[in-house]
Design a protein around this ligand. Structure first.
Ligand code: NAP
Length: 379
């Protein structure tokens, strides 16, 4: 297989290094936008050099972002080349469109590294559907936020200090918003729900609350009561279709998610006959992620042409299909919160079971009035 890489950063460099050790996969072109001396002989700044090279059969898009990645992927598919991508933003936004284009051109589109980095999550989700019905997917799908929550629980440190530590270690970006506000995990959930339930989910339609406002005081209250707080993604079949949400969640110490330390991920599906199966590992990093990109190339080389799911139409998410109690801390309690309050924990209150959409909509609105407001679902 002759591969062209689009991008030569963390993941692209890893794919190149893994392929260097193999005789069946050769990287023969790399699209770059700045000089990369180590690959000068095969670097190009023109996508046309790749599209017009008949010897290249597969394009691995590892540059990120939606534009121009989307246009480059479309050009590759239209030129009859298979595409492998690690780009969750691209797949969450344009996965249906690109899958249709790949089918039209009789080529493959694989994106295993887009969810869970190095974890073989999407391929196993795809496999379980061959023999069972998946009822629920989700879990810890973002290593940065897991690192922060884990460090706050183990050290008792404040959110800002732990975030600075995560940035110093390279686990969090200089602008950590996409991770801590839940956008990254929401994208991965949209892709996973699409594969699990053969639906197309608009990522921004998923109710989401991040961890930006969690305090060490909240964590102390959770620990005293035997809970661990994690940012969890959940999507499930329900009576009216599919529901999905992302929120800080209190899980009991002793549950599998509670034991996931550092920047690890734990992603789970539940299927009707097989039950629960969870996948634990590095959700990011050069070689784990590049490994999944290369595995996708090997699947294509081995003749795998199936797509993860038969997604054809956008699906509206069912509202308030799931209800549970919440921990809520706000300096501006209102009539709604008082009407559902059943207990007090430290600086926060505990509610009776409230619909997830209702609570997360309320919490988002409350942030305008009280920017320090925090909520966590209780499982
Ligand atoms: N890093 C991870 O652990 C991880 C995990 C899962 C998924 N992913 C996904 O993998 C993709 C790549 O991530 P990464 O961490 O490898 O990013 P990165 O280190 O920033 O690398 C991106 C590379 O693409 C190049 N690039 C960007 N725009 C370009 C353009 N228009 N033309 C040519 N080259 C361009 C950059 O060039 P310069 O070097 O000149 O800036 C850089 O070499 C993203 O979609 C990301 O979401 C990453």
């Amino acid at each position: 297989m002759q591969i062209a890489l689009l991008g030569f950063g963390v993941v692209g460099g890893g794919v190149y290094a893994i392929c260097q050790d193999r005789s069946d996969l050769r990287v023969t072109r790399v699209l770059v936008r700045s000089d990369k001396p180590e690959i000068a002989a095969i670097a190009t700044r023109s996508m046309d050099d790749i599209v017009n090279d008949p010897a290249i059969d597969t394009v691995a898009e590892v540059m990120g972002g939606i534009h121009p990645a989307k246009e480059y992927v479309e050009a590759a598919l239209n030129a009859g080349k298979h595409v492998v991508t690690a780009n969750k933003a691209l797949i969450a936004a344009c996965g249906d469109e690109l899958t249709a284009l790949a089918k039209k051109n009789g080529v493959s589109l694989r994106c295993t590294a887009a969810v869970g980095g190095g974890i073989p999550w999407l391929v196993n989700l795809e496999r379980i559907k061959r023999l069972d019905t998946v009822s629920e997917v989700g879990g810890i799908m973002n290593g940065t936020t897991n690192f922060i929550m884990d460090a706050m629980h183990t050290s008792g440190a404040a959110f800002g200090d732990v975030l600075a530590q995560a940035q110093a270690l390279g686990y969090a970006e200089a602008d950590p918003s996409a991770d801590i506000d839940g956008d990254d995990i929401r994208r991965k959930l949209a892709i996973s729900a699409g594969v699990a339930f053969d639906v197309s989910v608009e990522e921004t339609a998923i109710p989401t609350f991040g961890i930006r406002t969690v305090t060490d005081g909240d964590i102390t209250a959770f620990r005293q009561r035997g809970f661990v707080c994690k940012l969890l993604a959940t999507a499930m079949r329900c009576q009216d279709g599919v529901c999905a949400f992302v929120e800080p969640t209190l899980v009991r110490a002793g549950e599998p998610e509670a034991a996931v330390g550092a920047n690890y991920n734990l992603i789970t599906y539940t299927a009707d006959r097989i039950g629960r199966q969870s996948f634990f590992g590095q959700g990011a990093g050069r070689f784990p992620t590049a490994g999944n990109v290369v595995q996708d190339c090997l699947d294509i080389l081995g003749g795998k042409t199936a797509f993860y799911a038969d997604i054809s139409r956008r699906t509206s998410l069912a509202e308030d299909a799931v209800s549970h109690p919440y921990y809520v801390r706000t300096a501006a309690p209102d009539e709604f919160l008082r009407s559902v309050t059943v207990d007090t924990w430290g600086g926060g209150v505990i509610t009776s079971a409230v619909g997830v959409d209702t609570m997360l909509r309320w919490a988002k609105a409350k942030l305008q009035e009280d920017p320090g407001c925090f909520v966590a679902g209780i499982r």
